[in-house]
Design a protein around this ligand. Structure first.
Ligand code: NIG
Ligand code: FE
Length: 429
């Protein structure tokens, strides 16, 4: 790894999702009583019926660390105190949660937000029985190359504002719809204005111009394109799948990225069985994403490695595909994250609550497990310990639900329950 670039970090410098454009997009949001700015003033949020801390040493001793009749103190951009509301310290400001539930802001560790156009026709055809294939990505590549910087910027801003309204306070996003050196590095520059969890995905599919010579495209992705992209990204990703890149190509691409200080994550085993998951574990990738078609060997590899299995139920929903078996992974001891995969082809949703509801209904997760996976699990998939939990020292990223319990996220699917969001100590919704 490049000196100074650490894969595991506690406190990144840029402020994910805190750009001015997103704030502007949120300018109609409701605000509350005094001092919403992330100053050093302290704020007590009290009268919380159910608080998800994700610290098993707190509350009920489960992984969610659920505290009832709880309070949280925010100081500056961090959590300063969490516990029983009757023991809360004095603060400068006070917010009454009104007997509602509070949980960590969602950590959406997998999205593709830098794109133009949409794929309504393709979705329509799929709902009439046509299968999804990697080839549809080409449609978005064409539209993205033709878009101006301003159009790409506006799209990212729009989908981020959507995600924020649904409780997402940290997100990862990727290139992958440019597939030329100039277009991939442009996408990463746009992404980096909004988050520091930026992923270089030049290896999304073989660029159309290289259809007859995939090896030359791999050479570009690991050569000139990598040189241009590495300074703008933290991660490198490959779509390891039939119709995209095979195991050997994926290994070559991820290894080249690692030599440039990028850390691997992989689109693995989405549409078919294959080598992606085992490669992810072998390379100590932070995450293997999709994990829909897994052999026992794949599950064992994940259980014995550090790689998180990131499940993306929006993709199975929108492609009418078989659900990933979260229960099997959890029972094997694998760390599972849940994310949106927001993209115009396979999963055009920015809603983590929607993904939680699907995971509970169709993938064998309990509501507690799904909420953990969408918060602490997402943080683990980004190898972060400063987000995804509400304990002293963590970033003050919180979601307030108009419900007495986090279980309502699955129990009341499709209902806009998120009624308050704090990011870095600032109330933004
Ligand atoms: O994660 N699987 C590869 N990439 C995206 C889909 C991209 C697209 O269809 O545009 C995914 O599902
Ligand atoms: Fe994806």
């Amino acid at each position: 790894m490049t000196p100074g670039r650490s894969c595991e970090r506690a406190a990144p410098e840029p402020d994910p999702t805190a750009d001015q454009a997103t704030k502007d997009a949120m300018s109609n949001a409701t605000t509350v009583s005094p001092a919403h700015s992330a100053s050093t003033a302290s704020t007590l949020i009290t009268n919380i019926a159910a608080l998800v801390t994700n610290d098993p040493s707190l509350g009920d001793g489960t992984p969610l660390g659920l505290v009832q009749d709880a309070a949280v103190v925010i100081e500056g951009d961090r959590i300063a105190w969490t516990g029983d509301q009757s023991k809360a310290p004095a603060t400068d400001n006070r917010v009454d949660a009104g007997g509602r539930a509070v949980l960590p802001g969602f950590v959406d560790s997998h999205s593709h937000l830098v794109f133009a156009g949409d794929r309504t026709q393709e979705f329509n055809a799929r709902m009439s029985g046509r299968p999804y294939s990697a080839g549809g990505i080409r449609t978005t590549v064409e539209a993205t190359r033709a878009a101006t910087d301003e159009e790409l910027e506006a799209n990212v801003t729009r989908y981020l504002a959507e995600a924020l309204r649904q409780g997402t306070t940290t997100f990862e996003t990727k290139s992958g719809y440019g597939l030329t050196t100039a277009d991939e590095s442009r996408a990463l520059r746009v992404a980096a204005r909004h988050t520091d969890e930026v992923t270089y995905l030049g290896a999304h599919i073989v660029a159309p111009e290289f259809a007859e010579d995939p090896a030359a495209y791999v050479a570009l992705v690991t050569g000139e394109m990598l040189d241009a992209c590495a300074p703008h990204a933290r991660w490198i990703d490959v779509f390891c799948e039939q119709g995209a890149f095979d195991g050997d190509q994926a290994r070559a691409i991820l290894t080249a990225g690692r030599a440039r200080g990028l850390h691997p994550r992989i689109h693995a085993n989405q549409l078919s069985y294959g080598p992606g998951v085992r490669l992810a574990v072998e390379l100590d990738a932070a995450s293997a994403d999709h994990c829909t078609h897994l052999t026992d060997e794949d599950v064992d590899a994940l259980a014995n490695g550090r790689t998180v299995a990131t499940l993306l139920p929006g993709a199975e929903f929108s492609t009418r595909a078989e659900w990933p078996d979260a229960r099997r992974l959890l029972d094997a001891g694998v760390t599972v994250a849940l994310s949106t995969d927001c993209n115009p082809g396979s999963s055009f949703t920015s809603s983590v609550p929607f993904c939680i509801a699907l995971a509970v209904r169709d993938m064998g997760m309990t509501p507690d497990e799904a909420v953990w996976s969408a918060t602490a699990g997402g943080a683990a998939a980004l190898r972060r310990t400063d987000i995804g939990r509400l304990t002293p020292g963590a970033y003050a990223d919180l979601t307030l639900l108009d419900a007495p319990s986090h279980v309502h996220l699955a129990y009341r699917p499709g209902v806009p329950l998120v009624t308050g969001v704090w990011r870095r100590g600032e109330r933004v919704l």
